[in-house]
Write a protein that binds this ligand. Sequence first.
Ligand SMILES: [Zn+2]
Length: 248
Amino acid sequence: MASLREKLKALEELQQIDLESHEVRTGLAGLPARKAVVEAKVLEARKAYDAHKALLESNERERRQIETLLAMERDKVKKWEGRLGEIKTPREYAALSREIDIAKKTNESQSEQSRALTDAALQLRLQLEQKGEALSDAEDATEASLAALEQERIAAEATLEGLTGRRAGAVALVDPELLGKYENIRKRRAGVAVSPVVGSTCKGCHRNIPPQLSIVLQRVDSIETCPNCHRIIYSAAAVNPGVPPPSP
Ligand SMILES: [Zn+2]
């Protein structure tokens, strides 16, 4: 059977382990959100690239349509010009000539539009190339960040496993009743159930305990709780003699 001093030391150890475990678990719980932030960056770059690619494709589609129509319209003008020689009356000749002029003007403006689209496409292609590079950089950075986060997860899991093993060792030294008390206080007191008393100050609530209780603590033969914060308290000097007291 462990002595009371050993039990208190085990509680102290348990407290340390539980606080560390809590911190590690909090870190693990935060990993998905951090992963999402990293992934959002590459998604954003991909969205910008895709949107720009769609612009370029729409430009090319429009230009192809114009070129197809233009080829047909030019053929039509050629046919009409061929037909001019066969026309018998000046009136018909004038009418067809006018049609040809109008068609040529329309074709010229369509041809200009096609050239403008070609110029715009040149610019769009350059910008797309830049966005492609930005995307590839973002993908590389994301891959590296995700790998680092995964390493962090693996390390945290390993730490947690070690802490779980250590916890079992500490729990074995504490009887079930005391362990139950510890767990109860831990739930109600923000995870801290055990506090050393340094001088006459409880390190859990930073208030002084009555002088009589200080004397009782020196004896290390009973489990006492702080009258103010209700945590299990022990005299740091009596339980861990020769160890410098914990800093505030
Ligand atoms: Zn206290």
